[in-house]
Design a protein around this ligand. Structure first.
Ligand code: SF4
Length: 210
């Protein structure tokens, strides 16, 4: 078993992934050739979300908050620091609010909490035991385990609090989806690779979380 975590990445959104959360009509009304070019301009600070007239106000506000978030690299001296595997309730989630699964690496949890708080996103956030590995390293080291997801759900009585059995796992953990579904009996949705895009993923699936 590896005893040291590789340098954890924060996975800020790249233009290609961000463009998936734009209308993708390539209409050019924003002054750019297509949605991908607009996404690149957003990331490099050359435009603002409100320049796309196809986005509603909530989407514009959420996107602006995401772009303004601190995306500093994670310092090496905090590697493998662990967060308790306790369900976190961000922005007063209610029955039907989304259940997000993440690793118990303290920095991952801190960053995800910040993303949700700064975008006014209500959600349940469950860190599952990964020995303090970040999601990418946990998947690589086979520490993002379906059994730990199952344990986290049970020990925190998540189904009773969320009122449903649908979870969202990080895009980086996509290959564990079937194992988690079989172990827990929950429906498993795969979220974005970049945690910064989770609020837009939830907006895009808002009908599923009412
Ligand atoms: S205006 Fe919006 S939908 Fe049209 S190309 Fe620009 S980003 Fe895409």
């Amino acid at each position: 078993m590896a005893v040291e975590q590789e340098m954890a990445q924060i996975y800020p959104p790249d233009a290609e992934e961000l463009s998936q959360y734009l209308p993708e009509t390539d209409c050019g009304q924003c002054g750019f050739a297509d949605c991908l070019a607009f996404a690149e301009a957003l990331i490099t600070g050359r435009t603002v979300p409100s320049k796309c007239p196809e986005l509603d106000q909530e989407w514009v506000g959420t996107l602006a908050s995401i772009l303004a978030l601190d995306k500093d690299p994670i310092p090496y001296n905090v590697m493998m620091e662990q967060e308790p595997c306790t369900l976190l309730e961000i922005n007063n989630p209610v029955t039907g609010s989304p259940v997000l699964i993440t690793s118990n690496f303290r920095e991952t949890v801190r960053i995800m909490k910040g993303i949700l708080q700064e975008t006014s996103t209500s959600a349940f956030l469950l860190p599952v035991f990964t020995h303090g590995y970040s999601v990418d390293n946990a998947v690589h080291e086979r520490m993002f385990k379906a059994t730990e997801v199952w344990k986290g759900l049970k020990e925190n009585a998540v189904e009773a609090k969320a009122g449903r059995n649908v979870m969202i796992i990080p895009g980086l953990a996509e290959k564990e989806r079937n194992a988690i579904r079989q172990m827990t009996g929950w429906e498993v949705m795969v979220g974005p690779v970049s945690g910064f895009l989770v609020p837009l993923f939830l907006l895009g699936n808002r009908d599923a979380f009412r």
